[in-house]
Ligand binder design. Structure first.
Ligand code: TRP
Ligand code: SF4
Length: 328
């Protein structure tokens, strides 16, 4: 059998996972776990860069994130699931890479420039925030990953990672492969208010939401904005509820909504109720596994430790090569 390609990806533990995170990343990871040798990790140091004044919740979010992953079907046997800060080698490689990374590469990073504008309520003028992609490069190349499944917003970071790897290899000899982005199809589903689904907009449906929460949230969803009354025909093409139907309802329901909405034969209240049922049913297996893992905190803690030990073994080998190449 040909050797499986190695991929790596990470998420910052900034809160419980919502459906946007699930379809934008986690569902894709779950699909990749057979085909690739996968390293998935919780990037807790990266979570500090934009919230260094308020670090108190990160630890709790790490456990919650691992439970979200396991409940959704990410396997701790098939993959290496770990926590960044439990593998200190990432910090050592970050330091060494920072010696060879030109500051202008970081200053012209589009994600960096975007975030400074978007998160104007936060002080992002720190060395750590500027160096975010250097830490991310260390995360990736310390495992010699070939591919990095990410959304479009992260592609510039993978690009910088390639440049840093190339520069290291040029200066000290070949140690690192240049990883490629594996683009995740991002879902069309939006938040309840039709903005991007996000914890900070308070418009998200979480994997951990109860059926009651889901029903209540779905009933608040904004539908086709041009459909004012039930007697008005609607347009599913521009309705966020219909996007949810496409993901969570059986085909006959999707077809019926698609025709009946256009001739005002179905109202939005009913349509949402049907969708909520499908969504609640689709998420039930995840909720069931969550109940199991939440009742076994020691098991989850052990999985975090053993996954991180597995990762560290690989990271330590790479660091030996790095120090040898650099003659330090
Ligand atoms: N920056 C990524 C994000 O915010 C998280 C991350 C950190 C990451 N290190 C990584 C993703 C390495 C992929 C590979 O989503
Ligand atoms: Fe959207 Fe359904 Fe209302 Fe049509 S009936 S506008 S698909 S919620």
């Amino acid at each position: 059998m040909a050797e499986k390609k190695r991929i790596l990806s990470g998420m910052r533990p900034t809160g419980p996972l919502h459906l946007g995170n699930f379809h934008g990343a986690l569902a894709n990871w779950i699909n990749m776990q057979e085909q690739y040798e996968c390293f998935f990790f919780i990037a807790d140091w990266h979570a500090i860069t934009s919230s260094y004044e308020d670090t108190g919740e990160i630890k709790g979010y790490i456990t919650q994130m691992m439970i979200d992953w396991l409940s959704a079907g990410l396997s701790p046997e098939k993959n290496t699931l770990f926590v960044q800060s439990l593998v200190k080698e990432h910090a050592e490689l970050f330091l060494l890479l920072s010696m060879i990374t030109p500051v202008p590469w970081l200053e012209r990073n589009p994600t960096y420039k975007d975030q400074i504008v978007q998160l104007s309520n936060k002080d992002l003028s720190t060395f750590g925030f500027l160096g975010y992609p250097v830490l991310q490069a260390a995360d990736i190349i310390i495992y010699k990953a070939n591919g990095v499944p990410v959304g479009v917003d992260q592609v510039p970071h993978v690009e910088i990672t390639r440049e840093i790897a190339r520069r290291f290899n040029f200066l000290y000899g070949h140690v690192f492969p240049e990883p490629e982005s594996i683009l995740t199809q991002t879902p069309k589903i939006l938040g309840l208010d039709r903005r991007k689904m996000s914890k900070s907009y308070n418009n998200a449906i979480y994997l951990s939401d109860s059926p009651e929460d889901i029903s209540a949230k779905v009933s608040q969803m904004i539908t086709d904005p041009n459909r004012a009354r039930k007697a008005d025909p609607g347009d599913p093409e521009i309705c966020n509820v219909f996007e949810f139907h496409k993901l969570y309802s059986p085909q006959d329901v999707i077809d019926r909504v698609n025709t009946d909405c256009r001739v005002a034969k179905i109202g939005c209240v009913e349509c949402k109720k049907i969708m909520a049922q499908g969504l609640i049913a689709s998420l039930e297996p995840i909720r069931e596994k969550r109940r199991y893992y939440e009742s076994q905190p020691d098991l989850v803690a052990d999985m975090i430790v053993s996954g991180s030990n597995k990762a560290r073994n690989v990271a330590q080998k790479t660091m030996e090569e790095v120090r040898a190449a650099m003659k330090i």
